[in-house]
Design a protein around this ligand. Structure first.
Ligand code: TYD
Length: 210
């Protein structure tokens, strides 16, 4: 496994608030003089965004679980080589909304393919390239799904319609991964206000970048 210190990912279940905090973190790091690329998975490049549309289309109810895992891995590969690696190579910081851990959790854990099989698939896709730091935004499914219901402007995707049990499984798998890799994955209490979460993540990012 290869890790890059300036590659930072943010993970979390639905409604964890990671996307808003990531935007503010991006601005704060730019003000501090970093050259920051903020990006997201699945997507972040023309080809990867097209794959994203296929995966997240609510009409694609017949999508097979392994097809889904392969599509995520394909989008990830394209985004990694086209966007992430070039930015790291020129000395920048990359902030990425979701990465391999999302596949381990959603496809490996919640969909039941198995974490190890999905890890192997992703080792192929990324050549075992990992972030130096991952923030996992932890909220209970009740709070997360409550936030989504309150935020009517947000697009509703295929996975939001899953059961509470699915979301419980997502959370449990993230917490297991965090226990396995405590040096890389930092658990963030995301039930606090957005300001509190931002302050916490910003301080931890500064400490990580040194
Ligand atoms: P998105 O609308 O970006 O949701 P969020 O704001 O919660 O990140 O949709 C991404 C969805 O895709 C999300 O439900 C998690 C899922 N996903 C996987 O199942 N596997 C993956 O590898 C990735 C990157 C995302």
């Amino acid at each position: 496994m290869r890790q890059h210190k300036r590659f930072i990912t943010v993970e979390g279940g639905e409604g964890a608030g990671k996307t808003s905090v990531l935007k503010d973190l991006h601005q704060a790091l730019i003000l501090e003089g970093h050259d920051v690329l903020m990006t997201r998975e699945p997507g972040g490049s023309v080809i990867a965004e097209k794959i994203r549309d296929v995966i997240l289309d609510p009409a694609h109810k017949e999508m097979d679980d392994r097809t889904e895992a392969l599509l995520y891995a394909a989008a990830r590969r394209q985004h990694l080589t086209e966007k992430v690696l070039p930015h790291l190579e020129k000395g920048g910081v990359v902030l990425c909304d979701r990465y391999v851990d999302s596949s381990l959790v959603y496809q490996g854990g919640a969909r039941g393919i198995g974490i190890e099989e999905v890890r192997e698939l992703n080792h192929f896709a990324t050549e075992a390239f990992y972030p130096g730091k991952t923030f996992y935004f932890d909220v209970s499914p009740e709070v997360g799904l409550g936030r989504i219901a309150a935020n009517k402007g947000r697009e509703f995707n295929r996975l939001d319609g899953e059961s509470l049990a699915f979301h419980e499984q997502v959370r449990a798998t993230y917490l297991t991964l965090a226990k396995e890799e405590p040096a890389r994955i930092t658990v963030i209490d995301a039930e606090r206000t957005q300001d509190e979460v931002l302050r916490d993540v910003l301080q931890k990012t500064r400490a990580h970048l040194g």
